[in-house]
Ligand binder design. Structure first.
Ligand code: NI
Length: 168
């Protein structure tokens, strides 16, 4: 268990396309636990491995509200089995794009196949917030941030502000 520093855009490591893990071994399971610790501390509801500088297809999610029991999802090598035709818009944020939020439209429901922390194949049906978070985190594995779904104008404005904030 350890907290890892979260990279902030425009860090080039956030743009990398991540590789699948060969299997979920002890090292990958530890990465999942570190991601969860880092996410809970931030706090956030999802975190992908490239956000802590690990270019592998691993992510964690927990959308439980404050005071609810934790419901951590540990996910490796995720793939969409199905995405709904129906879309949903949600105001998204990201721990790598601090203090900026914007509406993003994505499929409203999906079925996911992935490896869990014990290297077991699992399938998960998701809709609503969970479907949004899964797609947001999976984007990270391909070097895509939620701001990449916005207009160039809006994205560049946010990136300029982040760069300026870091220089301070
Ligand atoms: Ni994010």
């Amino acid at each position: 268990m350890a907290l890892r520093p979260i990279l902030v855009a425009p860090d080039p490591r956030l743009k990398a396309k991540c590789l699948p893990v060969a299997k979920v071994d002890g090292e990958v399971a530890r990465l999942m636990d570190d991601l969860l610790d880092t996410m809970y501390a931030a706090p956030g509801i999802g975190l992908a491995a490239p956000q802590v500088g690990a270019s592998v297809r691993v992510l964690v999610i927990d959308i439980a509200k404050d005071g609810e029991e934790r419901q951590p999802l540990r996910i490796a090598n995720p793939e969409f089995v199905w995405l709904s035709d129906e879309d949903r818009s949600y105001e998204e944020g990201c721990l790598s794009v601090p203090e900026h939020y914007a509406e993003v439209t994505r499929p409203a429901a999906l079925r996911l196949r992935y490896l869990d922390h014990q290297n077991e194949i699992r399938e998960l049906d998701a809709e609503g917030l969970l479907a949004t978070v899964i797609q947001h985190e999976m984007d990270h594995l391909d070097g895509v941030l939620f701001i990449d779904h916005l207009s160039n104008l809006k994205r560049n404005m946010i990136l300029r502000k982040l760069t300026k904030a870091r220089a301070r």
